[in-house]
Design a binder for this molecule. Sequence first.
Ligand code: HEC
Ligand code: HEC
Length: 335
Amino acid sequence: MKKTSLAIFLILSIFFFANKAISIIIADKDKQLFEEMSANPQNNMQQKAIPINVVIMTIDPKVELGKKLFFDPILSKTGKISCASCHRPDHGFADDKSTSEGINGQQGDRNTPTVFNTVNLKFLFWDGRAQSLEEQALGPIKNPKEMGETVKGVLAKLNKDPQYVKEFSQVFGQTPISTSQLVHAIADYERTIISKDSDYDKYIAGNKKALPDSAKRGMDLFFGKAMCVACHKGSDFTDGDFHNIGLPITDDVGRSAISITGKDTRKFKTPTLREVANTAPYFHKGQFETLEAVIAFYNAGGGQDDYKDPLKKPLNLNDQEQKDLVEFLKSLSGR
Ligand code: HEC
Ligand code: HEC
């Protein structure tokens, strides 16, 4: 008796989830209108134009393939490290190490940045050495301290895997699997990794209750007295440019190794602040464990460096103001 009800329950849940999975995703506020229209399409189509803000997301097979690759350690030499080992979905698509850890436990040179909203970036990597997600994707595969594989090696493994051969040929209509197909699939998946609908976004959209008072005060500081917006600007809170903010000096010269100009010495790309509460530790070497420590560093005007950005001066924020800034940064995590 017990077994039958369990079986019925299981079957019902499978139906329920399958139905959820194939159902189209539409913006909540348009859902009702959309349902109305779907109930009587003929009639409605004639009377009302489809509103353009109804977002109908179908599952793109190229994105699905890219996602599978992103999570598959097949891309690494040892078969143990995937993109997601360092860009962990449960850690804001970054990791919890100061500098990343690649194959055979090797320590990398820099902190893992988030993949969130990289779709909008002109320059990728801390020093901006790649200019598209496609170009970027081969970097970690070939990096001996990250995935330590060759492109040839990866393609050989993928081309030997009947399931991948089938999926690639369904998506691209061509075999064998090529470098271009590989990077396009991964990049298209990354373009879907977007952080939005944070409490801050809700506030900006008109929901004045979305932010607690402390975060609101922090927001005013961010855009005002603390001048964070000078570099963390736009909807992703980055100017996409490079700055030296006076972090402790190491042998990493940042942007100047790419641009070969002295004035770029120890400049690094302004990172997005979307999801920043989930991506500790911070900065290109992961020098700071908490947002509180980051704000204290900024409050002191950054450290000593001859190449430091002139904008980096002591901010003279009191304890409460520093807390408020942290609360604001926490409001930038979305769904
Ligand atoms: C061993 C850890 C590790 C692995 C594995 C790894 N990454 Fe990264 N990723 C990093 C680090 C560290 C950086 C920054 C490197 C730098 O700036 O020099 C980075 C940078 C990036 C960036 C640029 C983000 C920005 O804001 O500029 C993207 C996009 C990215 N990785 C995607 C991927 C993809 C796709 C894969 C798999 C093919 C991958 N990563 C595998 C650690 C890793
Ligand atoms: C002069 C430009 C500039 C200003 C002004 C500025 N930042 Fe930054 N910010 C950067 C750069 C560049 C980095 C990366 C530095 C590095 O790692 O070398 C950064 C990194 C950060 C990080 C770490 C993010 C991560 O993923 O590691 C946080 C948090 C941050 N800034 C918040 C702020 C706040 C809050 C303010 C205002 C008090 C501010 N920034 C002012 C340019 C700036």
